[in-house]
Design a binder for this molecule. Sequence first.
Ligand SMILES: Cc1ncc(COP(=O)(O)O)c(C=O)c1O
Ligand SMILES: Nc1ccccc1C(=O)C[C@H](N)C(=O)O
Length: 497
Amino acid sequence: MPKYPNPYAAVNDADLLSEAFARSEDGRDPLSSLRAEFVIPTKGDLRNKQYGPLGNQAAGAHSEDDDHEESVYLCGNSLGLQPRRTREYVNRYLDTWASKGVFGHFKPLEGGHPPWLDLDDALKEQTARIVGALPSEVVVMETLTANLHLLMSSFYKPTPDRYKIIIEGKAFPSDHYAAQSQLAHHNIPSSALITITPPSADSPYLTTEHILSVISQHNASTALVLLPGIQFYSGQFFDIELITRHCHSLGITVGWDLAHAVGNVPVKLHDWNVDFAAWCNYKYMNGGPGVIGGLFVHDNHAKVEQTQVDGDAKHINHNQLVYKPRLSGWWGSDKSRRFRMENEFVPIPGASGFQLSNPSALDMTSVLASLDVFSLTSIEALRARSLRLTAYLEERLLRYDSKPPPYKIITPANPAERGAQLSVLLNPGLLDHVLNYIEEHGVVVDERKPDVLRVAPAPLYNSFWDVHRFVVIFQEGCRRAIARTGSKSAETTNGAS
Ligand SMILES: Cc1ncc(COP(=O)(O)O)c(C=O)c1O
Ligand SMILES: Nc1ccccc1C(=O)C[C@H](N)C(=O)O
């Protein structure tokens, strides 16, 4: 009996491997209709000779029908696809700018969209639902790495006793650089950056026990733990609640990078008492490349301010508020006084007070479009679909026509420890051949050299049919790659999964 039974394990090969099976799974899931909310590039779009990313293919190499077929886009963990309504919303924004100019900041817009000045408030409720927060605890602002720095400027307060930052050894480089440069910014030696590395060199998996033990080991000297909700390379979903609780029990502040978690898995940042978190809106959130990101600050950190305000409302000097110190800008200051030019910073209570600049209304509009798609369902319903889609992908990958397969899945087998993404480690020497083949056949996934493909069926727009087509093309790519490289080792090295 496998430790984590896959719901598709009992289905026989004849059914499971058929296109009809995938189509029927799509047919019985009401959320399948959300795919129509997105623009799915066709294979022909991707092969376009002049501009297509796969434009090196010989002319006429594929039939017209094949060119017109939707591509197999399983790369929402890097860049989510475009919601159809984004173009409509952005066009409306352009029209407003063209016809109203500066009045667009203040006047309600056609289609019920708020004036640009209020777009930040308009995005709070939907964002809060997605990350399990109160609206006051979230704000859409800046970009991920910039937000991590802004948050660390408030939450990383090294003292002679507590000064270390703990991250994971394979942290996304930007997070590593951010933590490293925070140390340098405070004149603290780089040896104070503690990295949690997997106990075994063969696997990127970090057990929760191991994470907790490294934190405990450094507890007296650690000021901050900064971890990803979902690890970008392995796809591992960490136990945010337990790790946060552990850090707090040791007096350590903890922040989470939710780049790969937001819009992918349900999180409960408020209930789990997370101190702070930041994310981008361009992966599973589908806001567009490099679009404005978001952050969370727990309301616990605003309580001090409330007490002071309530305590002596008449004699408040807002500059003196015992409030999280932060690097400030005018957009974080009280809206009603923003245009008085008084040079008195009065932080908006909660996360909004961390804003710096006038945010791009174009970006906010794009995020609004994507949030409106999320509002057609719930993150819990999406998760239920995602669990099925990823389980189906896993079961299909495990069924290869010879045993063992020339690849293994390095993402945890436990569904509770992963989101949509499965990372597939190919036997040495196969990756380039396989990638060439699958790209030629209209598959978009992400490669991490030297040997990993990351495959992410996004529950909002990917279908069982996508997964079916991916596996058929991928496994054929593997067979051809093995035939071409003729490498015996390629057939056996990684096959022990
Ligand atoms: C985990 C993680 N952190 C940080 C980044 C960098 O984000 P940005 O370039 O938006 O700052 C990314 C993605 O690019 C990421 O996946
Ligand atoms: N922003 C990008 C721009 C170009 C190429 C990739 C990205 C990514 O976001 C990579 C992502 N963080 C990842 O884990 O794949």
